[in-house]
Ligand binder design. Structure first.
Ligand code: ATP
Ligand code: MG
Ligand code: FE
Length: 344
Protein backbone atom coordinates (compact mmCIF):
# COMPACT_ATOMS: atom_id res chain seq x y z
CA UNK A 1 0.00 0.00 0.00
CA UNK A 2 0.91 3.66 -0.51
CA UNK A 3 0.41 5.67 2.70
CA UNK A 4 0.49 9.47 2.97
CA UNK A 5 1.60 10.54 6.47
CA UNK A 6 0.80 13.96 7.96
CA UNK A 7 2.35 15.47 11.11
CA UNK A 8 1.35 18.84 12.58
CA UNK A 9 1.32 18.39 16.37
CA UNK A 10 3.69 21.18 17.31
CA UNK A 11 5.74 23.50 15.12
CA UNK A 12 6.85 21.22 12.29
CA UNK A 13 4.59 20.75 9.29
CA UNK A 14 5.59 17.45 7.73
CA UNK A 15 4.40 15.10 5.00
CA UNK A 16 5.77 11.70 4.01
CA UNK A 17 5.01 8.92 1.54
CA UNK A 18 5.51 5.28 2.54
CA UNK A 19 5.29 2.58 -0.15
CA UNK A 20 4.98 -1.02 1.13
CA UNK A 21 6.75 -0.10 4.37
CA UNK A 22 9.55 1.88 2.70
CA UNK A 23 9.79 5.64 3.29
CA UNK A 24 10.03 7.36 -0.10
CA UNK A 25 9.94 10.99 1.08
CA UNK A 26 9.90 12.99 4.31
CA UNK A 27 9.39 16.73 3.86
CA UNK A 28 9.67 18.86 7.02
CA UNK A 29 8.81 22.56 7.07
CA UNK A 30 10.25 24.09 10.24
CA UNK A 31 8.76 27.23 11.76
CA UNK A 32 11.33 29.88 12.59
CA UNK A 33 8.76 32.44 13.75
CA UNK A 34 8.88 31.13 17.37
CA UNK A 35 12.60 31.87 17.92
CA UNK A 36 11.88 35.48 18.83
CA UNK A 37 9.38 34.39 21.50
CA UNK A 38 11.56 31.86 23.34
CA UNK A 39 9.04 29.05 22.78
CA UNK A 40 6.29 27.84 20.47
CA UNK A 41 3.35 30.27 20.28
CA UNK A 42 0.31 28.04 19.57
CA UNK A 43 -1.71 30.70 17.76
CA UNK A 44 1.16 31.43 15.38
CA UNK A 45 1.99 27.74 14.90
CA UNK A 46 -1.47 26.84 13.61
CA UNK A 47 -1.41 29.71 11.10
CA UNK A 48 1.95 28.66 9.70
CA UNK A 49 0.77 25.03 9.46
CA UNK A 50 -2.15 26.34 7.43
CA UNK A 51 0.28 27.99 5.00
CA UNK A 52 2.71 25.06 4.79
CA UNK A 53 0.54 21.97 4.70
CA UNK A 54 -0.38 21.89 1.00
CA UNK A 55 3.14 22.72 -0.28
CA UNK A 56 4.62 20.10 2.10
CA UNK A 57 2.28 17.40 0.80
CA UNK A 58 2.89 18.37 -2.83
CA UNK A 59 6.65 18.20 -2.29
CA UNK A 60 6.38 14.83 -0.51
CA UNK A 61 4.41 13.38 -3.46
CA UNK A 62 6.90 14.86 -5.92
CA UNK A 63 9.94 13.49 -4.04
CA UNK A 64 8.35 10.05 -3.82
CA UNK A 65 7.35 10.16 -7.50
CA UNK A 66 3.75 9.21 -6.76
CA UNK A 67 0.54 10.99 -7.75
CA UNK A 68 -2.45 11.82 -5.53
CA UNK A 69 -4.32 8.95 -7.17
CA UNK A 70 -1.73 6.39 -6.03
CA UNK A 71 -2.42 6.99 -2.32
CA UNK A 72 -4.26 4.12 -0.58
CA UNK A 73 -4.74 5.69 2.87
CA UNK A 74 -3.96 8.87 4.83
CA UNK A 75 -2.35 8.56 8.26
CA UNK A 76 -2.31 11.64 10.50
CA UNK A 77 -1.25 12.67 14.01
CA UNK A 78 -4.39 12.74 16.13
CA UNK A 79 -2.58 13.75 19.33
CA UNK A 80 -1.06 14.56 21.73
CA UNK A 81 -0.10 18.10 20.75
CA UNK A 82 -1.32 21.66 20.37
CA UNK A 83 -5.00 21.55 19.45
CA UNK A 84 -4.85 24.34 16.84
CA UNK A 85 -1.83 22.73 15.19
CA UNK A 86 -3.38 19.26 15.21
CA UNK A 87 -6.61 20.60 13.68
CA UNK A 88 -4.77 21.70 10.54
CA UNK A 89 -3.32 18.23 9.89
CA UNK A 90 -6.50 16.38 10.86
CA UNK A 91 -8.68 18.59 8.65
CA UNK A 92 -6.31 18.23 5.72
CA UNK A 93 -6.21 14.44 6.13
CA UNK A 94 -10.02 14.23 6.27
CA UNK A 95 -10.50 16.38 3.19
CA UNK A 96 -7.90 14.40 1.23
CA UNK A 97 -9.41 11.05 2.24
CA UNK A 98 -12.92 12.25 1.45
CA UNK A 99 -11.93 13.55 -1.98
CA UNK A 100 -10.02 10.38 -2.91
CA UNK A 101 -12.50 7.99 -1.19
CA UNK A 102 -9.71 6.31 0.79
CA UNK A 103 -9.49 5.31 4.48
CA UNK A 104 -8.17 7.45 7.32
CA UNK A 105 -5.72 6.17 9.95
CA UNK A 106 -5.29 8.01 13.26
CA UNK A 107 -1.86 7.88 14.89
CA UNK A 108 -0.65 8.65 18.40
CA UNK A 109 2.38 10.95 18.06
CA UNK A 110 4.29 9.36 20.97
CA UNK A 111 3.79 5.85 19.57
CA UNK A 112 4.98 7.14 16.20
CA UNK A 113 8.22 8.46 17.75
CA UNK A 114 8.85 4.86 18.87
CA UNK A 115 7.68 3.24 15.62
CA UNK A 116 10.27 5.32 13.74
CA UNK A 117 12.54 2.37 14.65
CA UNK A 118 10.72 0.30 12.02
CA UNK A 119 11.94 2.53 9.21
CA UNK A 120 14.81 0.68 7.55
CA UNK A 121 15.89 -2.86 8.25
CA UNK A 122 17.70 -2.79 11.58
CA UNK A 123 14.63 -3.10 13.84
CA UNK A 124 14.36 -3.92 17.54
CA UNK A 125 12.50 -7.14 18.43
CA UNK A 126 9.47 -7.23 20.73
CA UNK A 127 9.39 -6.80 23.63
CA UNK A 128 11.85 -3.91 23.83
CA UNK A 129 12.26 -0.85 26.04
CA UNK A 130 12.18 2.63 24.56
CA UNK A 131 13.27 5.81 26.30
CA UNK A 132 11.16 8.49 24.63
CA UNK A 133 12.56 11.94 25.33
CA UNK A 134 11.05 14.95 23.60
CA UNK A 135 9.89 18.50 24.11
CA UNK A 136 6.75 17.48 25.98
CA UNK A 137 7.37 13.92 27.19
CA UNK A 138 9.88 11.74 29.02
CA UNK A 139 8.81 8.11 29.17
CA UNK A 140 10.21 4.63 29.53
CA UNK A 141 7.92 2.48 27.41
CA UNK A 142 7.65 -1.30 27.36
CA UNK A 143 6.91 -2.01 23.69
CA UNK A 144 5.21 -5.41 23.41
CA UNK A 145 3.96 -4.99 19.85
CA UNK A 146 3.46 -2.21 17.27
CA UNK A 147 0.42 -0.81 19.07
CA UNK A 148 0.68 -2.59 22.40
CA UNK A 149 2.78 -0.29 24.57
CA UNK A 150 2.91 0.31 28.31
CA UNK A 151 4.42 3.38 29.97
CA UNK A 152 6.38 2.06 32.96
CA UNK A 153 7.96 5.38 33.95
CA UNK A 154 7.51 9.04 33.13
CA UNK A 155 8.33 12.54 34.26
CA UNK A 156 6.46 13.95 37.22
CA UNK A 157 7.05 17.54 36.04
CA UNK A 158 9.21 18.87 33.17
CA UNK A 159 10.21 16.80 30.13
CA UNK A 160 13.89 16.26 29.30
CA UNK A 161 13.59 18.51 26.23
CA UNK A 162 11.91 21.15 28.36
CA UNK A 163 14.84 20.95 30.80
CA UNK A 164 17.20 21.53 27.86
CA UNK A 165 15.12 24.42 26.52
CA UNK A 166 14.60 26.08 29.92
CA UNK A 167 18.32 25.81 30.72
CA UNK A 168 19.21 27.41 27.42
CA UNK A 169 16.77 30.23 28.16
CA UNK A 170 18.53 30.82 31.51
CA UNK A 171 21.81 30.94 29.55
CA UNK A 172 20.34 33.50 27.14
CA UNK A 173 20.29 31.16 24.14
CA UNK A 174 17.42 31.21 21.59
CA UNK A 175 14.65 28.58 21.29
CA UNK A 176 14.91 25.64 20.79
CA UNK A 177 17.99 25.45 23.00
CA UNK A 178 18.57 21.68 22.97
CA UNK A 179 20.65 21.65 19.78
CA UNK A 180 22.70 24.65 21.02
CA UNK A 181 23.44 23.03 24.39
CA UNK A 182 24.59 20.01 22.41
CA UNK A 183 26.84 22.18 20.22
CA UNK A 184 28.51 24.02 23.13
CA UNK A 185 28.79 20.82 25.19
CA UNK A 186 31.09 19.28 22.58
CA UNK A 187 33.78 21.84 23.51
CA UNK A 188 33.28 21.68 27.29
CA UNK A 189 34.24 19.64 30.32
CA UNK A 190 31.22 17.60 31.51
CA UNK A 191 32.71 17.34 35.02
CA UNK A 192 33.29 21.08 35.45
CA UNK A 193 30.13 21.60 37.54
CA UNK A 194 28.07 19.12 39.54
CA UNK A 195 24.29 19.40 39.40
CA UNK A 196 22.10 17.22 41.65
CA UNK A 197 20.54 13.92 40.60
CA UNK A 198 16.94 13.78 41.90
CA UNK A 199 15.98 10.77 44.03
CA UNK A 200 12.69 9.63 42.51
CA UNK A 201 11.34 6.12 43.18
CA UNK A 202 10.75 3.55 40.43
CA UNK A 203 11.25 4.48 36.80
CA UNK A 204 9.84 8.00 37.05
CA UNK A 205 11.75 11.22 36.42
CA UNK A 206 11.79 14.78 37.71
CA UNK A 207 13.59 17.71 36.11
CA UNK A 208 12.14 20.74 37.87
CA UNK A 209 14.62 20.57 40.78
CA UNK A 210 17.51 20.45 38.35
CA UNK A 211 16.18 23.50 36.53
CA UNK A 212 15.95 25.43 39.81
CA UNK A 213 19.47 24.45 40.86
CA UNK A 214 20.82 25.60 37.48
CA UNK A 215 18.94 28.88 37.85
CA UNK A 216 20.44 29.54 41.32
CA UNK A 217 23.90 28.40 40.23
CA UNK A 218 23.90 30.88 37.33
CA UNK A 219 22.40 33.69 39.44
CA UNK A 220 25.02 33.28 42.20
CA UNK A 221 27.94 33.12 39.79
CA UNK A 222 26.76 36.05 37.68
CA UNK A 223 26.54 38.11 40.90
CA UNK A 224 30.31 37.57 41.31
CA UNK A 225 31.20 37.84 37.63
CA UNK A 226 28.78 39.36 35.08
CA UNK A 227 30.56 37.50 32.25
CA UNK A 228 30.36 34.09 33.98
CA UNK A 229 27.98 32.57 31.42
CA UNK A 230 29.75 33.69 28.26
CA UNK A 231 33.16 32.75 29.67
CA UNK A 232 32.04 29.26 30.72
CA UNK A 233 29.28 28.44 28.21
CA UNK A 234 30.90 25.20 26.99
CA UNK A 235 31.56 23.83 30.51
CA UNK A 236 28.07 24.76 31.72
CA UNK A 237 26.40 23.11 28.72
CA UNK A 238 28.58 19.99 28.96
CA UNK A 239 27.83 19.63 32.69
CA UNK A 240 24.06 20.13 32.25
CA UNK A 241 23.98 17.71 29.32
CA UNK A 242 25.88 15.09 31.29
CA UNK A 243 23.52 15.37 34.26
CA UNK A 244 20.38 15.08 32.10
CA UNK A 245 21.86 12.11 30.20
CA UNK A 246 22.88 10.28 33.39
CA UNK A 247 19.45 10.82 35.00
CA UNK A 248 17.85 9.28 31.90
CA UNK A 249 20.31 6.42 31.44
CA UNK A 250 20.36 5.37 35.12
CA UNK A 251 16.59 4.87 35.07
CA UNK A 252 16.75 3.08 31.74
CA UNK A 253 19.36 0.71 33.14
CA UNK A 254 17.23 0.03 36.20
CA UNK A 255 14.21 -0.79 34.01
CA UNK A 256 16.21 -2.97 31.61
CA UNK A 257 17.53 -5.01 34.53
CA UNK A 258 14.14 -5.40 36.22
CA UNK A 259 12.40 -6.43 33.00
CA UNK A 260 15.29 -8.54 31.72
CA UNK A 261 15.25 -6.82 28.33
CA UNK A 262 18.29 -6.32 26.11
CA UNK A 263 16.81 -4.52 23.09
CA UNK A 264 16.91 -0.88 24.14
CA UNK A 265 15.81 2.06 21.98
CA UNK A 266 15.89 5.83 22.14
CA UNK A 267 13.24 8.07 20.55
CA UNK A 268 12.03 11.68 20.37
CA UNK A 269 13.75 15.00 19.79
CA UNK A 270 16.26 14.71 22.66
CA UNK A 271 17.53 11.43 21.18
CA UNK A 272 19.35 13.73 18.73
CA UNK A 273 21.57 14.73 21.66
CA UNK A 274 25.19 13.66 21.19
CA UNK A 275 25.90 13.08 24.89
CA UNK A 276 22.83 10.89 25.30
CA UNK A 277 23.55 8.90 22.11
CA UNK A 278 27.16 8.26 23.13
CA UNK A 279 26.08 7.48 26.70
CA UNK A 280 23.58 4.87 25.54
CA UNK A 281 26.14 3.28 23.21
CA UNK A 282 28.68 3.02 26.02
CA UNK A 283 26.09 1.55 28.39
CA UNK A 284 24.92 -0.91 25.73
CA UNK A 285 28.48 -2.15 25.24
CA UNK A 286 28.97 -2.56 28.96
CA UNK A 287 25.63 -4.34 29.51
CA UNK A 288 25.53 -6.39 26.32
CA UNK A 289 22.41 -4.61 25.02
CA UNK A 290 21.38 -4.16 21.40
CA UNK A 291 20.88 -0.40 21.24
CA UNK A 292 18.69 1.36 18.68
CA UNK A 293 19.19 5.05 18.04
CA UNK A 294 17.11 6.75 15.34
CA UNK A 295 18.66 8.57 12.40
CA UNK A 296 18.76 12.33 13.02
CA UNK A 297 15.88 13.14 10.66
CA UNK A 298 13.60 10.71 12.57
CA UNK A 299 14.43 12.06 16.07
CA UNK A 300 12.53 15.35 16.05
CA UNK A 301 9.02 15.65 14.64
CA UNK A 302 8.56 14.20 11.16
CA UNK A 303 5.83 12.59 9.09
CA UNK A 304 7.88 9.52 8.14
CA UNK A 305 7.20 8.12 11.62
CA UNK A 306 3.48 8.79 11.09
CA UNK A 307 3.55 7.10 7.68
CA UNK A 308 5.35 3.97 8.95
CA UNK A 309 2.95 3.73 11.91
CA UNK A 310 0.10 4.18 9.42
CA UNK A 311 1.48 1.35 7.29
CA UNK A 312 1.41 -1.07 10.24
CA UNK A 313 -2.11 0.01 11.19
CA UNK A 314 -3.20 -0.38 7.56
CA UNK A 315 -1.97 -4.00 7.63
CA UNK A 316 -4.18 -4.58 10.67
CA UNK A 317 -7.13 -2.95 8.87
CA UNK A 318 -7.61 -0.37 11.62
CA UNK A 319 -9.21 2.74 10.17
CA UNK A 320 -11.04 5.69 11.73
CA UNK A 321 -14.22 7.51 10.70
CA UNK A 322 -14.61 11.01 9.27
CA UNK A 323 -16.02 12.11 12.64
CA UNK A 324 -12.60 11.73 14.29
CA UNK A 325 -11.42 14.70 16.38
CA UNK A 326 -7.86 15.60 17.45
CA UNK A 327 -6.88 15.12 21.10
CA UNK A 328 -4.56 17.55 22.88
CA UNK A 329 -3.91 14.77 25.39
CA UNK A 330 -4.05 11.22 24.15
CA UNK A 331 -3.37 7.96 25.95
CA UNK A 332 -1.78 4.99 24.15
CA UNK A 333 -4.71 2.59 24.25
CA UNK A 334 -7.38 1.47 24.28
CA UNK A 335 -8.96 4.18 22.14
CA UNK A 336 -12.70 4.37 21.53
CA UNK A 337 -13.44 2.97 18.04
CA UNK A 338 -15.02 6.22 16.84
CA UNK A 339 -14.15 9.91 16.96
CA UNK A 340 -14.88 10.70 20.58
CA UNK A 341 -15.01 14.12 22.17
CA UNK A 342 -12.47 16.82 21.46
CA UNK A 343 -10.19 17.04 24.49
CA UNK A 344 -9.46 20.47 25.99
P1 ATP B 1 6.37 15.82 21.98
O1 ATP B 1 6.93 14.84 21.03
O2 ATP B 1 6.55 15.46 23.42
O3 ATP B 1 4.97 16.21 21.64
P2 ATP B 1 7.85 17.79 20.53
O4 ATP B 1 7.24 17.11 19.37
O5 ATP B 1 7.84 19.28 20.60
O6 ATP B 1 7.23 17.19 21.86
P3 ATP B 1 10.30 16.82 19.52
O7 ATP B 1 10.18 17.57 18.24
O8 ATP B 1 10.22 15.35 19.49
O9 ATP B 1 9.32 17.36 20.65
O10 ATP B 1 11.65 17.27 20.25
C1 ATP B 1 11.96 18.63 20.43
C2 ATP B 1 12.87 18.74 21.64
O11 ATP B 1 14.11 18.10 21.37
C3 ATP B 1 13.19 20.16 22.04
O12 ATP B 1 13.05 20.29 23.44
C4 ATP B 1 14.65 20.33 21.61
O13 ATP B 1 15.37 21.25 22.38
C5 ATP B 1 15.17 18.92 21.82
N1 ATP B 1 16.38 18.64 21.03
C6 ATP B 1 16.49 18.59 19.68
N2 ATP B 1 17.77 18.34 19.31
C7 ATP B 1 18.48 18.22 20.47
C8 ATP B 1 19.85 17.96 20.78
N3 ATP B 1 20.76 17.78 19.82
N4 ATP B 1 20.20 17.93 22.08
C9 ATP B 1 19.28 18.12 23.06
N5 ATP B 1 17.99 18.35 22.84
C10 ATP B 1 17.59 18.41 21.56
MG1 MG C 1 9.40 20.94 17.27
FE1 FE D 1 7.43 14.95 18.99
Amino acid sequence: PVILGIESSCDETSASVCVDGVIMSNVIANQTIHEAYGGVVPELASRVHQQNIVPAVQQALLNAKVSKNDIDAVAFTRGPGLLGSLLVGVSFAKAFALAKKIPLIDINHMQAHILAHFIGDKNPSFPFLCLTVSGGHTQIVLVKDYFDMEIIGQTLDDAAGEAMDKTSKILGLPYPGGPLIDKYARQGNPDAYKFPEPQIPGYDFSFSGLKTSILYFIRDNVAQNPDFVSQNMADICASVEKRIATILLNKLQKAAQAYGIKDIALAGGVSANTGLRLGLQAMAEQKGWNSFIPKMEYCTDNAAMIAIAGYHKYLKGEFIGQDVAPMARMAFAPQPPKGGAMAE
